[in-house]
Design a protein around this ligand. Structure first.
Ligand code: GDP
Length: 451
């Protein structure tokens, strides 16, 4: 593997905030040289063995002033995460001191690493494959523990192994076909009958399909489940959102640059990251009488994977409520009948009919009743058979899904019998007429009666 030569990068590789220690990581051909300019210990780092750790001091070379007391790990490439020379400076946890050391490193010629750049180098230098590199980014962005476990599994190469195994199986089939043709006299080689080939192709097909069946869950874990809360004015949409956000850790990302800044809010519902759609819309229109009418719902619904439709237990069903039911036809939805603490004026029977087989939950958001049931309903709606454990590989990334669904594979897989036929045709073309004679004899001998 050729190692590409890049400039030396540096970054604080521990999370921001005060911890017991903070680590500044340098990677690149100048990493050790740069560290040596600010490090004073028993020996210069250039003279110590690889993969060793050393006590010393960090000094400001301009003033000679001691800045930090540190432990420095020196790891020579290629046995490092990036395959480059890596130096890790372990400082005390304080934000000031770690920033000061980073600044010194940058002053001495390192460049501040971009987010994910260490991983990018690991990938470019052949240390990890693309799916693992993507997993590291997923890990950084993971919104729930489950999403993190999936990313972690992928980072460890679980998905790569699976795909490698599939590839290996296909190669073995091809090899077996070739051996059968080239050395028909070998008794110990597996005899490739049509039936055996179909069986093997079916097996690969099943495994690819199994992997693809995790795509829905994987995508949800990775990107969050776009959730729209809809309902007539005053049914309790804001109250529901607040209760979901307050009870669960919310992660807010602001996307500036749009006419009105869009706020994406994520809440972690039993491991399912819900991305609440257009929550800013619900909040910002506090003064407007028509808070979220049918027109608005139509827009919001377009982007939703899940709809939470709220109704008011204290009022009879209105034409607008029916219209909302109409709008969510064919969508994943949970019907919530709120304000159960007030008089029950709504006909539950009628709602049950409209809800059809979708879950129906009764809540009182002011009394905090029913929210648990709602969370359970959300979780089981998307992980019916229970979420797979982190031991399994998921496909969640659009690129992986597209590759697994690749047209060629799709065309081949529903008709595994094409595989042996195509193989025979290909091989037939390569044979001399004498060999063809031998081959036909062998084929008629080895072909199983049902093949
Ligand atoms: P939105 O217009 O759909 O966003 O509704 P809000 O969440 O702003 O709620 C409208 C009013 O209904 C507020 O005064 C809430 O306090 C009240 N409310 C919400 N949920 C309940 C509930 O379960 N019971 C009662 N009694 N009032 C509720």
């Amino acid at each position: 593997m050729i190692k590409l030569d890049y400039d030396t990068i540096a970054a604080i590789s521990t999370p921001p905030g005060e911890g017991a220690i903070s680590i500044i990581r340098l990677s690149g051909s100048e990493a050790i040289k740069i560290a040596d300019r600010i490090y004073r210990g028993k020996k210069p780092l250039a003279e110590v063995g690889s993969h060793t750790i050393h006590y010393g001091k960090i000094i400001d070379p301009e003033t000679g002033q001691v800045v930090e007391e540190v432990m420095v790990s020196v790891m020579g490439g290629p046995k490092t995460f990036t395959r480059e020379d890596v130096v890790e400076i372990n400082c005390h946890g304080g934000l000031m001191s770690v920033n000061r050391v980073l600044q010194l490193v940058l002053d001495q010629g390192a460049r501040l690493a971009e987010p994910g750049e260490f991983t990018k180098r690991a990938f470019l230098n052949g240390r990890i494959d693309l799916s693992q590199a993507e997993a590291v980014m997923d890990l950084i962005r993971a919104k729930t523990d489950r999403a993190m476990n999936v990313a972690m599994g992928q980072m460890e190469g679980r998905l790569s192994h699976l795909v490698r195994d599939l590839r290996q199986d296909l190669l073995e089939v091809l090899a077996a076909v070739e051996v059968n043709i080239d050395y028909p006299e070998y008794d110990d080689a597996e005899v490739m009958t049509n039936r055996l080939l179909i069986e093997k192709a079916e097996n690969v097909k099943t495994r690819i399909e199994q992997l693809l069946s995790t795509a829905k869950q994987g995508k949800i874990l990775r990107e969050g489940l776009s959730t729209a809360i809809i309902g007539r004015p005053n049914v309790g949409k804001s109250s529901l959102m607040n209760s979901l956000v307050h009870e669960n850790k919310a992660i807010v990302t602001e996307i500036p640059g749009t006419t009105r800044d869009v706020i994406e809010e994520y809440v972690n519902i039993r491991g399912v990251p819900l991305k609440l759609v257009d929550t800013a819309g619900i909040r910002d229109t506090e003064d407007i009488v028509e808070k979220i009418g049918v027109e608005r719902s139509r827009k919001v619904l377009k982007a939703a994977d899940l709809v939470l439709l709220l109704l008011n237990y204290n009022e009879e069903l209105t034409p607008e409520d029916r219209e909302l039911f109409h709008l969510i036809e064919g969508m994943n939805a949970i019907i919530i009948v709120n304000k159960s603490d007030l008089d029950h004026r709504l006909s539950i029977k009628e709602v049950e009919k409209l809800a059809a087989d979708r879950p129906l939950i009764t809540t009182s958001l002011v009394k905090d009743n029913g929210v648990d049931e709602l969370e359970q309903a959300i979780s089981s709606l998307f992980f019916e058979q229970g979420i797979k454990t982190s031991e399994e590989a998921y496909v969640s990334n659009a690129r992986h899904i597209a590759l697994l669904k690749k047209k060629k594979l799709k065309r081949l897989l529903p008709m595994p019998s094409i595989l042996p036929k195509a193989a025979c045709l290909l091989i037939w073309r390569r044979l001399t007429s004498a060999e063809r004679g031998k081959f036909s004899v062998r084929l008629s001998v080895t072909r199983s009666p049902t093949a």
